[in-house]
Design a protein around this ligand. Structure first.
Ligand code: ZN
Ligand code: ZN
Length: 185
């Protein structure tokens, strides 16, 4: 069956039903999608699947909490093109990354996602925010590694300093009492 409009953007053409394989999650099953939107669904769907697969957050920088923030930021970017922005923001606000109620979390995420514009613009916003998060993570572990190496360096220096001190004390002791005499005592 052929259609003449993409359900998700302004593109016109003979589009088949979306074949992104995330139909159930994104609600695009049976809806005509252009190639750009279908590929957008692949990346949006992958992001959402990974978000839902995360463990309950323990800290604000846990995978679930930080990925939820990525979704919130991407939503803020495309907010003007969202048909029901208040509904989406209410649903996203209802997502508690620290809650043990996983099905409740998934329910609100899916409600929000299916009301977002599932096109390239949103996929790009999501991708940009996710990259920013990964960059931040990389910077954090980089600065952590630097801090560790500085500390190690500091310890080595302190160790070397102590060894020098010990040698000097031993030398002074040797001058005061020659080793042979000291051994004889
Ligand atoms: Zn489209
Ligand atoms: Zn799709």
């Amino acid at each position: 069956m052929y259609y003449y409009f993409c359900h998700f953007c302004e593109n016109r053409g003979n589009f088949r039903a979306c074949g992104c394989t995330h139909g159930e999650l994104l609600g695009c099953e049976g809806r005509p999608a252009c190639r750009e939107c279908e590929s957008a669904h692949r990346s949006i769907g992958t992001f959402v699947k990974e978000l839902l697969a995360t463990d309950i957050a323990e800290r604000s920088n846990s995978a679930r909490a930080s990925r939820l923030r990525v979704l919130l930021k991407a939503f803020a970017t495309v907010r003007n093109n969202v048909r029901r922005p208040i509904f989406v923001s209410d649903e996203l606000r209802a997502c508690d990354p620290f809650s043990g109620n996983a099905s409740n979390f998934a329910w609100h995420i899916v409600n929000a996602i299916q009301s977002l514009p599932l096109n390239q613009e949103f996929a790009k916003a999501l991708d940009t925010e996710f990259k920013a998060l990964r960059l931040q993570r990389a910077m954090e572990s980089f600065s952590c590694a630097i801090k560790e190496s500085i500390e190690r360096d500091e310890q080595n220096r302190r160790g070397a300093f102590l060894q020098r001190e010990m040698r000097q004390i031993r030398n002074q002791l040797d001058e005061l009492i020659p080793p042979r005499r000291r051994a004889a005592r």
